[in-house]
Design a protein around this ligand. Structure first.
Ligand code: RTP
Ligand code: MG
Length: 147
């Protein structure tokens, strides 16, 4: 089954949005496969956001994502990679539609509450950076046939 890496960023944790965000993915019909509250090291942050290493905001991005605990998760379900991106909304919360997570909870591009993998390749890479294979729990929800 398709899996994606989702992370509540330090601003989301500080603002008590872990429950809200988990709830949205549960309500949608996706299944939580793994989750942990953790601090990200500078090394992991630089690796995770490696594609942005030459961007002017890279330093700020790494310092923000390491500034406090994040809640890292793996969510599973049909089309979850692309659908999670829609649920998150545009990168800049001021461009994100109301009803999306960033549209409902964010203001600044540098503090946009949530991260989600942007492709199947990113999802596989990011899940591997944050979780071991045996952290992922595989189970069937009896409600699945109704979603
Ligand atoms: P993310 O990787 O965090 O899920 O966000 P994204 O795919 O929507 O956006 P991406 O282009 O990957 O950018 C990664 C993060 O960098 C910060 N950013 N700051 N100051 C700026 O102009 C700027 N542009 C991007 C954002 O926090 C974005 O989430
Ligand atoms: Mg990205």
């Amino acid at each position: 089954m398709e899996k994606t890496f989702i992370m509540v960023k330090p601003d989301g944790v500080q603002r008590n949005l872990i429950g809200e965000i988990v709830q949205r993915f549960e309500n949608k019909g996706y299944t939580l496969a793994a989750g942990k509250l953790m601090n990200i090291s500078k090394e992991l942050a630089e690796e995770h956001y490696g594609e942005h290493k030459d961007k002017p905001f890279f330093g700020e991005l790494v310092s923000f994502i390491t500034s406090g605990p994040v809640f890292a998760m793996v969510w599973e379900g049909e089309g979850v990679i692309a659908t999670a991106r829609k649920m998150m909304g545009a990168t800049n919360p001021q461009d994100a539609e109301p009803g999306t997570i960033r549209g409902d909870f964010g203001v600044q591009v540098g503090m946009n509450v949530i991260h989600g993998s942007d492709s199947p390749e990113s999802a596989e890479r990011e899940i591997g950076l944050f979780f071991n294979e045996d952290d992922l729990v595989s189970y069937e929800k009896t409600i699945s046939k109704w979603v």
